[in-house]
Each structure stands twice: as structure tokens, then as C-alpha cells.
Design a protein around this ligand. Structure first.
Ligand code: SF4
Length: 104
């Protein structure tokens, strides 16, 4: 069993790793980091020209690309940093205040 599976709010302090470090790899799928978001990127697919400049700059890989085209955001993991909105040369992404209550 992975460390992050057996540690929860009832775990004794002796089970918690120093500094709450997580040692396993590829645990990001298990954490909904989108809950941390305070502003939400909105993608306008009418303005989007599929240049794909936004996808590689996303630090959370929250812009899925399939068959050479970007899809809508993975809001379960997007932390709302806004880098994608800054990099888009066509104004196809804007930031909306709030975490977007439709998703969480
Ligand atoms: S950078 Fe803008 S135009 Fe290019 S793929 Fe991303 S959203 Fe679309």
C-alpha cells in the first residue's frame, strides 16, 4: 500500500512522513489539485487556432491534447496559475475569478 493511501486525518503522528513528504512517483492522479484554484481559465474554442503554445507551458499537464488538438481543461488538476492565458497569442483563454463552482 502506498504511503499516501494509508495516511489520513486519523493517522498517528508516527505514521506521517517527515515534512509530509510523498516518496512514490506518479501520485498526481490521486490528488485533485484543482481544489486549490482561486481563479479559473476559460477556453474559447471559437478563438482558438490550435497553435498548441498553451499545452506545454501548463505545469500540471491540465491541457489535454488528442490527435494534435487541444481539448478543454482538466479542471480536476488545473490550479489556475494563468500561464496558459498569458501565453495564448489569440486571446482564446481568459481567467475568471473563483474556482468555477460547476466543477467543485
Ligand atoms: S495558445 Fe491559445 S490559440 Fe493556441 S492552442 Fe492554446 S488556446 Fe488555442
Amino acid at each position: 500500500m502506498a504511503i499516501h493511501d494509508r495516511i489520513n486525518e486519523k493517522s498517528p503522528w508516527t505514521d506521517i512522513t517527515e515534512g509530509n513528504k510523498i516518496y512514490e512517483a506518479a501520485t498526481s492522479r490521486d490528488f485533485c489539485t484543482g481544489e486549490w484554484r482561486t481563479s479559473t481559465p476559460i477556453w474559447d474554442d471559437e478563438k482558438c487556432r490550435q497553435c498548441l503554445l498553451c499545452a506545454p507551458v501548463c505545469p500540471d499537464s491540465s491541457i489535454p491534447v488528442r490527435k494534435g488538438e487541444r481539448m478543454d481543461f482538466d479542471y480536476m488538476h488545473c490550479k489556475g496559475c494563468g500561464i496558459c492565458a498569458k501565453v495564448c497569442p489569440f486571446g482564446a483563454i481568459y481567467m475568471r475569478e473563483g474556482k468555477n463552482e460547476k466543477i467543485f
